[in-house]
Design a protein around this ligand. Sequence first.
Ligand code: NAG
Ligand code: NAG
Length: 614
Amino acid sequence: MSSSYWASLVVVLVAAQAACSAADPHGSQPGGRRAATRAAAGLVVGGGGGGGSDGALRQLSQSAEAGGKRCPPLSKEILDKRARNNTVMLAVMNEAQWDFGMNWRHHVGAAGVDYYVVAATDVPTSRRLAAMGEPCFERIDEETQKLGLKWGEEGWRRMTWSKVFLVDAVIDWGFHLVVSDLDVVWFKDPMPLFQAHAAADLIFSHDGTSSHNEVGDGGLEATASDHYSYNTGVYLIRNSAVIREWAHAYKAFYDKCKGHDQVCSYEMTRSNGAIKTHPSDPRIVGTWGDKIWMGVLPASVAQSAHSSFLQQLHQVKKVDRYVVHMTWTYNGIPGKRSRLRDMMLWVDPPEYYSDVSLVTVDLQLPEPRKNLNKWNENEDIISFHLDSIHAQLQQAYVGMALATAAGRAFMLPKFACYCEKIWYSVVRCRTAEAQDMPLPVRCPQDYLFQPGHYDDDGHGTPLTMREPSFLDNERTPAAVKDSVLVIQPSAALKCSDCVQEVAEKPPGVSMVLLVPPALTDAQLLPLLAPYEKFKVWRLSFEGVGDVARAYAGFQDSTEAQQFNTRMEHIPTNFCCRRAEESPRYHKESQDSVQLNMTSKFRFEGSTSGTSRAL
Ligand SMILES: *[C@@H]1O[C@H](CO)[C@@H](O)[C@H](O)[C@H]1NC(C)=O
Ligand SMILES: *[C@@H]1O[C@H](CO)[C@@H](O)[C@H](O)[C@H]1NC(C)=O
C-alpha cells in the first residue's frame, strides 16, 4: 500500500469528520482520539463489579473515597515489584475514567496479567485505587484540568500525551512496557508477543478495518509499513538504548507538534524514504530514520470496535485475539460504554442483570434480498438500509411505549443494519477496506442511538435500556432469561377485555398470551397485571397485519407527548452518502440522515391528564 494512498485517506478522514461529526465531539475516530475525560456525570462508580471479589472491591472503593491512604509517588521500586520478565503494563487513569478503569481492570485480571500498574492523575483516583489495594502510583496533573478537557482543547491534547510523558519518565529504568488505554479489553496476556516478535522494538495495534494476513495467520500484519494507521491506544515497547532515545525524543516533540499523541507519533516517527524491512523478519520495518524496528498487530488480533463487532475479523481469520480497543464507536463515552455492553464486555453490577423487568419486541425484519452482498451501487444499499432501519425503529418505538407505560426497562432487539455508519462516506455501505463484510450486520446501539440520551434530564420520559445481547450474557441469571412471556396482539380474540393463554409455546418461551389488538396502555396493562411475574415481556407483531395495529400507546396525551419528546431525542444520524453521488439521486442535502423513530406513525393519546382516572 503506497504511502500516498494512506496520506489521501487521512485527508478524507479528517475532512469527513468535520462534515459529519459535528454532533460527535467525543467520537472515537479511527486515527483519532478518545475523549477519555468527561464530566463525571453518569459515572458508574465501580461499574467493574460483577460479583465475587470485584463486588467487594466496589463497595470498598465507594466507602474509601473520602480519605485515607493514597498511591505512592512513582518510583523504580514500585515497577520492580510488579514487573514480570522485566515487563510492566502501564495505564493512566483519572476520575472521570473510573468506570472504564474498573472494567479494564476486570479483564486484565481475567486475562491473567499480573504485571500492570496504574498511574492516578488526580487525588480521588489515587485514594480509591489505594483503598482497593490496586498497584498504583501518583502522577497528579493539575495542568491538564486547567487547560480544558473538552475534545480538541489543550488539556485534552495534553491528556492524550500523558502516556508518552509516563513512558519518558520510566524508560531509563530498563523495563519493557505494554502501554494501554482504559477503553480497552484484554483477552490474553500480551507478554508472549515480545518473544514471538523478537526483532521488533515497537509493536503497535492497528486502527484499520482489514488485514492482509491469510486465514490462520495471527502474526504481525504482513504488508507492514510505518505509514500504517497504527494506533497508540495499545503498544509494546522493548527496552533498548535506541528506544530510550526515541522515547525521550517523542516526549520532547510535545511542544513542537500541535496534535494528539497518535498523529504526532506519525509525524515524528515515520520515515520518508523507501520501506526497509528487517533482514530476518520481513514483517518488521524500519522507522524513525530506520533507527528502530516496528511491527503492527493485525486488526484481527488487536482489534477496534469495528473489526471485532462488525467484522468479527478474529473469526473470519481464525485467530486468537489479544485485545479490543473502543475506536470506531460513535456518540462519545456513552457510545463506547454501550458498544462494550453490546459486546458483553462491560461488567455492570450484579443488580443490573438480576434486578430488572423488561419489555422487548420480536422484530419483523425485511425480506432478505438474495444478491444484496453483490450490489455495487452505494445508493441501492443505502436506500434499502434506511427503509429497513426505519421500519425496525418504528417497531422499537411501539415496544418502548409499552415499556414506558408498564414501568419496565426496554431491551433493544437485534436490529439488522444493511449499511454502516462511519464518519465519512460509505463505499457499498462499508468502509473502503471492509468490502468483503457480509450485510446485514447486527447494529451496534451507537449506529442508531445516542446512548447518552436515553435518560438525560429535560428531554421527556427517561428510558431504562438494556442491550440487545442482554439475555445472551452469562451474567444475566436464568431467573430472568427463562421467564419469557410472548404478548401477541391478535384479532382472533373477539373481545377487548380478555386474554388467552396459548397451550403451545416455542422453545425458550414460558407462555404465549393473546391480547386484543390496538389497546391503549389504560386498557392493556390491567389485562397484563397477572403476568407481571414474567421478567421478559416480548411483544410480537405476528398476529397483526400492520405494526400500527398491535398497540395503541398512551391514552393520556401528556404522557404521549412526554414519550415522543424522548423519542425525538434518542436517535442518531446515518452517515454518510458520497457527496459526489448524491446529485445523481437527488439526495443533495441528505449525505447524512437523521434517523427517525416514527417515520410511519406516532402515538398522540386521546385524553388529557385529568380524565385518566375516569
Ligand atoms: C518469562 O521468562 C521466562 C524465563 O525467564 C521464560 O521461560 C518465559 O517464557 C517468559 N514468559 C514470557 C511470557 O515471555
Ligand atoms: C419523522 O418522520 C415523520 C414522517 O415522515 C415526520 O413527520 C417527523 O417530523 C419526523 N421526525 C423527525 C424528528 O425527524
